[in-house]
Design a protein around this ligand. Structure first.
Ligand code: IDC
Length: 459
């Protein structure tokens, strides 16, 4: 298990003399935090992770410096930055994909070092010359092996036949919740809220809905990538799977975002390749576009992920808002007869219980014997995300998914002012995510379904 050691130094923000001269633009706010972790150590050598968090104004280029306190320590090789050593000072400069750091954004670097005497922690971390003395909320330590969390029990997942299978090659069903758009509801994804999801809801997974449009990823690729990564870490620390949702919606043709998808997935797949808890969902809800175009998109994005993270499960959206084509008057046969040319993949199916009923359930019942399905999003309400909760249709759906061992994530773990949200409006402005009083009708139903014991096979 990794131990995170936050290094706190004491030094004030540097204020350049230029700020005393006028007229000058206001000095940019500066600040940073560094988490230094020795991930392994052996005779004469060690490997360390260095996580930088920008606590000041956004930066579009950065250099991290620190001092190796023991004269026997040397930098051997680093990654995710351009590394160099001069005397006892080590420098790491941001590269293409991480040189922009939004306020609050983090990036992970690492290096291998050698040492002769003792191996003390480096000191005097600075980012662009400013001492990294800040602190931010730390996630709780990774529960690690033997704690019985969903990730601990099931390990790296894979597709076997039409099922999602665990490390014992046995079919499992994951039951969990989706975030709302993280560009709007990030206040709902703090440590207390995710503790409640893991411990009270006993959720197996967190779907991270990263909208691409609507003030999402396209407006700040580095910032959203980093926010997704930190939610992956927060899920991992609680033993939950993280479903990274590239939430395309409008425009409906995923090819509109093909280049963005390649850039985003190359980055998150490289960064999270070693983790066991990550599942990729490459296009939320294709709409107004045929299956051939969706398949072509998938066959261009999947190899990008595979190149960095070869063993992760990848989920492909389907025609008609991920309805396997039903909402466009088609059905699953277009996929069965012309599947995506890739292995270890599943197909997304979405429904909103008050809008989508018997004919959609019949499609899922039929398709489930031919295609690996994952309900990456569903609502208990109408397809608008609002209206009255349909308890009987929701129950029929969840019973069917349980019976077929189809995994699901409910829209949404948020306090949005709409009936699909699990919490009452205003909940995320407070600190209570656990009492029944903060739950909406939909939230109460979902919590009662998700929190029942999992029976994951272990042999
Ligand atoms: C809805 C949100 C709503 C938001 C709207 C537009 O609930 O607050 O204004 O998106 O971004 C989906 C989509 C999902 C929708 C949801 C409900 O994947 O983004 O969220 N829905 O309409 N497909 C079917 C329903």
């Amino acid at each position: 298990m990794k131990r995170i050691v936050a290094l706190l130094a004491t030094c004030a923000t540097a204020v350049g003399l230029t700020t005393l001269l006028s007229p000058q633009p206001a000095a940019a706010a500066a600040g940073c935090k560094v988490d230094y972790t020795v991930t392994s150590q052996w005779q004469g050598g060690f490997q360390a992770g260095v996580k930088i968090t920008n606590l000041g104004d956004p930066v579009t280029g950065w250099t991290l410096k620190f001092t190796l306190p023991d004269s026997g320590q040397k930098l051997v090789q680093g990654w995710n930055a351009t590394w160099s050593q001069s005397g006892s000072t080590v420098s790491a400069a941001g590269i293409d994909w991480n040189r922009t750091l939004a306020t609050g954004a983090s990036t992970d670097l690492g290096f291998v070092g050698s040492f002769t005497g003792s191996n003390p922690k480096p000191s005097a971390f600075t980012l662009n010359g400013v001492a990294c003395t800040g602190s931010v909320e730390e996630p709780p330590p990774n529960p690690g092996p033997g704690t019985g969390t969903p990730v601990d029990v099931n390990g790296q997942l894979h597709v076997c036949g039409v099922n999602l299978c665990n490390q014992y090659n046995r079919p499992i069903q994951l039951r969990g919740m989706s975030t709302h758009g993280i560009q709007w509801f990030s206040k709902c994804y703090n440590n207390a809220a995710l503790d409640a999801l893991a411990k009270d809801w006993k959720s197996d997974l967190l779907r991270i809905a990263m909208y691409v449009q609507e003030n999402g990823y396209e407006t700040d690729p580095a910032g959203f990538t980093s926010r997704v990564n930190s939610l992956v870490d927060m899920a991992e620390a609680r033993g939950m799977y993280a479903l990274i949702d590239f939430h395309t919606l409008t425009p409906g043709d995923p090819n509109y975002n093909l280049d963005r998808a390649k850039t985003f997935f190359a980055s998150v797949a490289a960064r999270n390749a070693a983790k066991k808890n990550v599942i990729y969902e490459i296009a939320n809800e294709p709409n107004g576009v045929n299956w051939t175009a969706i398949k072509s998109y998938a066959e261009q994005v999947i190899p990008v992920i595979r190149a960095a993270d070869p063993d992760a499960v990848i989920i492909v959206g389907t025609r008609g808002w991920s309805s396997l084509g039903v909402s466009d008057g088609s059905n699953e046969t277009e996929v069965v007869n012309n599947p995506v040319n890739a292995t270890n993949i599943m197909y997304a199916f979405h429904f909103y219980a008050a809008s989508h009923k018997d004919n959609y359930r019949a499609t899922v019942s039929r398709a489930a014997s031919k295609l690996p399905l994952f309900v990456t999003e569903f609502g208990t309400v109408s397809a608008t995300g609002g209206g009255t909760m349909d308890r009987s249709s929701t129950t029929a759906w969840l019973d069917l998914l349980d019976q077929l061992k189809i995994s699901y994530a409910n829209w949404t773990y948020s306090d949005a002012n709409e009936s699909s949200a699990a919490f009452k409006p205003g909940t995320c402005d407070g600190t209570d995510y656990s009492s029944s009083g903060v739950l909406s009708e939909s939230g109460a139903l979902l919590k009662s379904r998700i929190s029942t014991a999992d029976s994951f096979p272990t042999s």
